[in-house]
Structure formats: structure tokens, C-alpha cells
Design a binder for this molecule. Structure first.
Ligand code: NAP
Length: 328
């Protein structure tokens, strides 16, 4: 592909939201030794994409400007780096690109082979592209309590906050596969959807009951997959079982202090910050569940790459139901 150019969407500075995304024509990347080059079919958006643009990891990420966002891609391999085994041109795959390099908002993307997985025909590109960050995060959060996702695991009680979002919709389904009792929070408009994903009881987060996080059946939570912000430890604490853990996906400075305090005092109830990391084993496990019809993706909306700004703005609003996808 040397010398060829492609369409891509990138930004050149921190901040600016959707308005600072630029449509450009840039060279097709060359795959490094341990990379494969994909013709991108779909790329899913995650809140971390626009949080990086907002400067949440400044000055480490992005590694340089201009920066094409988009880590979660599905497509077809067109070129294989010289050190890569097990992949060939023509393979349909899904990949998690590195947060620092990203590059998914483009017609072609270079993906590390070690975070790339074959995609069987039963798993559509758009659905596969939603798995790397959102579903892997849900899985890794639940692994704090569940080891078996075939229905033979030990019963326990889990609370999933923001169960209507990208991570939450997967967390509810994976928790049910793991034989957990699921209490979930979401907005009133999504209660039926979250129940249809398997949640045993659903609380509207805008009501006093939802705000209290109390299980309607009186259960205490062994684990919380906490997918939103703005909930104090004092709201979780009375609802936790003796060794209950809150897995916090969006920890701020206050939660880190709380975490350190719980560690130092040997508290049995714990707040655990999680930074999920996409790996081939987890991604393959999830692709197989989709193939077997055991896990589905809730799609909020699909946009063409030419409409990337609209998709970006939609994600930034924070009210997606499931995943937002760009099709290339
Ligand atoms: N640490 C990690 O490794 C990691 C990985 C992935 C994601 N994350 C973080 O986890 C968070 C969730 O990610 P996501 O992709 O699921 O986000 P998302 O898809 O944008 O979540 C949107 C959903 O959250 C719901 N929601 C918002 N506030 C809520 C509340 N207080 N209670 C209940 N539901 C609420 C919204 O419902 P309404 O529209 O009804 O308000 C909407 O359906 C983000 O902050 C993301 O950055 C962290």
C-alpha cells in the first residue's frame, strides 16, 4: 500500500470537541513487524476517545498531534507485518488499537497482532468493533468475582450502574452468563431494555429508590460494576455485602484516596479502580460468545465516517443506549 492515501478523521490539539475533528487525506500506514494492516469496516466510539481529546491523560496521550482517534476496529487484513504468524491477507478480524497510537477513524489502520482476533462470519463487523474496550472492560470487572461464564458459577449479587451504556449492556449479560443475580441502574426510558438483557431488578437512577442503590429484594452486593460517576462511597457502603467490592471504571482523585484508605485500614469492603486492558484471550472469548448467540451488542446509532462529528458529539452527550459505531 506504499504511496497510497486514505480518508481519515483527526484532531490537532486538546479540546474543541466534535468541531475540532478534521477530515483529511493522509498516507496509508505501513504495518510494523508485529502489526497487521486492516481495511477498516467499522470503528466503535468509547468515552475515552473524547476524554483523551479533552486532555484527561495530558501530556502522555495522545502521543502526538495530529491524532486520529478510534481504538476499537473491525475489518479485513490487507497486509501482514514480517513478524506476524497466524494471520493472512483476507482474514476478517477485530482489533483493539493502542490508546496512544489509535488510528481507527480511517479507511486503513495498523493493528497490533497481539490484540487482534479472527472474526467468524456470524459476527458482523459493526458488532465486533464494539467489543474491545466496552465488553473487555465488563468482563475484566466481573472477573473480580466470577470465574465461570457458562452458568455453573457460584451465585452472588452484582450491581451494574449505568447498565444502559456501552459497558453496562455487556456487563449485565456477562453477569447473567456467570450465574449472578443482577440489580441494574439506568434511566426510566431504558428499564425494559436492561430487563431484556437479563437484569433481575432495575432501578431508575433519577428516582429516590435508584439514588439509594438499594436492591428491591433486599440483597447486599458482592460486587458493583460501577460505570458512571457522581456516586459517593457512602451510597455504596450500606448496600455492600461484608466483603463487597466496588469496581470503579472512572475513578477520580477522591476515589483513589478512598481506595488507598480502604487498603490502609484493611477494610473488608473495597473500592477498586480498574483500567481494563484489551488482550487476545478476552477478546476471543467475547467473539465466541457473540458467535454462539450468547452475547449481543446494543447499538445506539451508526454513522458513516463522513459524519464522525455527529457520532462524536452523541458520545460526548453521555446518553447513548449501547454503542455508537462509525461504518467506513
Ligand atoms: N476504566 C476503564 O478501563 C474503562 C473502560 C471503559 C469505559 N470506562 C468508563 O466507564 C464509563 C462508562 O462507559 P460507557 O462506554 O458505558 O459510557 P456510555 O455508553 O457513554 O454511557 C452512557 C449511558 O450511561 C447512562 N448513565 C449516565 N449517568 C448515569 C447514572 N448516574 N446512573 C445510571 N445510568 C447513567 C446513560 O443513561 P441516560 O441516557 O438515561 O442518562 C447512558 O445510557 C465512562 O466514564 C468510560 O470512560 C472506563
Amino acid at each position: 500500500m506504499a504511496g497510497r492515501t486514505m480518508r481519515a478523521v483527526q484532531y490537532s490539539r486538546y479540546g474543541g470537541g466534535a468541531a475540532s475533528l478534521e477530515h483529511v487525506e493522509i498516507p496509508v500506514p505501513s504495518p510494523k513487524k508485529d502489526e497487521v494492516l486492516l481495511k477498516v469496516e467499522a470503528v466503535a466510539i468509547n468515552p475515552v476517545d473524547w476524554k483523551i481529546q479533552n486532555g484527561v491523560m495530558r501530556p502522555i496521550l495522545p502521543s502526538k498531534f495530529p491524532f486520529a482517534p478510534g481504538t476499537d476496529v473491525a475489518g479485513e487484513i490487507v497486509e501482514v507485518g514480517p513478524g506476524v504468524d497466524g494471520f493472512n491477507p483476507g482474514d476478517k478480524v477485530v482489533s483493539g488499537l493502542s490508546l496512544g497510537k489509535a488510528g481507527g477513524f480511517a479507511e486503513f489502520a495498523a493493528a497490533p497482532a497481539n490484540t487482534t482476533v479472527q472474526r467468524p462470519p456470524e459476527v458482523a463487523a459493526a458488532e465486533a468493533a464494539c467489543l474491545p474496550i466496552a465488553a473487555v472492560t465488563a468482563l475484566q470487572a466481573l472477573k473480580h468475582i466470577a470465574t465461570k461464564f457458562d452458568g455453573t458459577g457460584e451465585a452472588a449479587n452484582v450491581l451494574v450502574t449505568a447498565a444502559s451504556g456501552g459497558v453496562g449492556t455487556y456487563a449485565v449479560q456477562l453477569a447473567k452468563l456467570a450465574n449472578l443475580h443482577v440489580t441494574a441502574t439506568c434511566g426510566g426510558r431504558n428499564i425494559d431494555l436492561v430487563k431484556s438483557l437479563g437484569a433481575d431488578e432495575v432501578l431508575d437512577y433519577k428516582t429516590p429508590e435508584g439514588n439509594s442503590l438499594k436492591s428491591p429484594s433486599g440483597r447486599k452486593y458482592d460486587l458493583v460494576v460501577h460505570c458512571t460517576t457522581g456516586i459517593a462511597w457512602s451510597s455504596f457502603e450500606p448496600n455492600l455485602a461484608a466483603h463487597g467490592k466496588v469496581i470503579h471504571l472512572t475513578p477520580g482523585a477522591g476515589s483513589i484516596v478512598q481506595y488507598a484508605f480502604k487498603m490502609l485500614t484493611f477494610s473488608k469492603k473495597k473500592l477498586v479502580p480498574l483500567l481494563a486492558s484489551v488482550n487476545r484471550e478476552d477478546l476471543k472469548f467475547l467473539v465466541d460468545l457473540v458467535k454462539e448467540g450468547k452475547l449481543r451488542t446494543v447499538v445506539d446509532s451508526r454513522y458513516e465516517l463522513s459524519k464522525a462529528e455527529e457520532a462524536w458529539a452523541k458520545s460526548m452527550e453521555g446518553h447513548a443506549t449501547g454503542k455508537i459505531i462509525l461504518e467506513v
